[in-house]
Design a protein around this ligand. Sequence first.
Ligand SMILES: CC(=O)SCCNC(=O)CCNC(=O)[C@H](O)C(C)(C)COP(=O)(O)OP(=O)(O)OC[C@H]1O[C@@H](n2cnc3c(N)ncnc32)[C@H](O)[C@@H]1OP(=O)(O)O
Ligand SMILES: O=C(O)CCC(=O)C(=O)O
Length: 376
Amino acid sequence: MYQIMINDTTLRDGEQAAGVAFNLEEKVAIAQFLDTIGVHELEVGIPAMGEEEIRAIVAIRNLDLQAKLLGWNRAVLSDIKASIACGLQRVHIAIPVSGVQIAAKFHGQWRVSLQRLKDCISFALDEGLWVSVGGEDSSRADENFLQDVALLSQEWGASRFRFCDTVGVLDPFSTHIKVQRLVSTLSIPIEIHTHNDFGLATANALAGIKAGAMSVNTTVNGLGERAGNAALEEVIMALKCIYGVDLEIKTQHLLKLSQLVARASGANVQPWKAIVGENTFAHESGIHAHGVLQNPITYEPFSPEDVGWERRLVIGKHSGRHSLSNLLEQHGIFLDSQETQAILDIVRQQSILKKRSLTTEELLNLVSEKRYSHAT
Ligand SMILES: CC(=O)SCCNC(=O)CCNC(=O)[C@H](O)C(C)(C)COP(=O)(O)OP(=O)(O)OC[C@H]1O[C@@H](n2cnc3c(N)ncnc32)[C@H](O)[C@@H]1OP(=O)(O)O
Ligand SMILES: O=C(O)CCC(=O)C(=O)O
């Protein structure tokens, strides 16, 4: 497969998640972390938002990162001027392409919208900028109109076209067909931008890549508008483990990055979140724990260390003898089969009462209490 570029938009679409507001230090820390692990490009924000955003983007630019930096703009000249004020070399210009969006934003006057796009591209190029164009709501656009806008963007000098599934209505099959159509007619690269309204953002991003998109938008933890975007950690690990495409990103830091963004956004990650959730390498069920004790790949798709986790065997309602004995033996306690079963029975009752697994301390107390009651 050709070289896939990650264009992470945690600092733009990620921050658009309702209620999320990064301060300057947080934006800088996130940009720095993404750069350190080897992410290729960062959509750093929306300069048109004003002074605070511009200060944060300038601070990121002053870091002199390896990653390319991109500013997001509407097809509005003052937006592009704000990007220039940030010292950015690369601008993304968004234009609505579906009937419903053109009606809402340009009163249905698509010729006016295209003229605005042309003027903005031309202005940006005259200023020496690299230009990417985004087809907002590409997934619901008339296919011929979308094709025309993409071809015109290319003709007017854009260097990349972003296919946006703005409201997350595609599935991987339809994504593949639509993206492939664009890829086959354009000579500039296509970028895929997906949303998670039906829980398909990562699958659709992968389908777009399979169809020939060379760049993919991601956000850490899948943070973003409404149900969020394709998660950086999921796209990277799926490309690596399912498709064998190693982007040479330092994946062992993905957990720390996720925790940084969770703190900065105030949006905690659910325990079962792929790759970075706290349950991703926790095994409670007896059959699973038994398997993992024999060979971790029985129930793990890759090693926890690959993304910065450690494996945990948890004792709770679903545990079995092997896992319990293994844990107790680590503390020098060797029980016979009957004793083990008796402890397991109590573990099941207590887990239901407490509505959680037991801590090691609770378990050790349980064993000594049981032995004490036997002795008396
Ligand atoms: C799908 C996406 O994620 S698009 C990105 C969305 N992100 C954001 O909106 C976050 C940052 N936004 C902001 O800070 C503000 O919305 C600003 C600074 C961009 C604009 O603020 P305001 O001037 O107060 O306008 P407001 O947000 O109320 O309305 C949006 C305006 O942009 C216009 N607009 C929307 N998209 C585009 C576009 N791609 N090209 C040109 N104009 C557009 C709308 O028609 C509307 O124009 P109007 O003011 O002439 O009616
Ligand atoms: O870049 C664009 O054109 C719009 C991006 C976006 O956030 C979306 O369409 O969901």
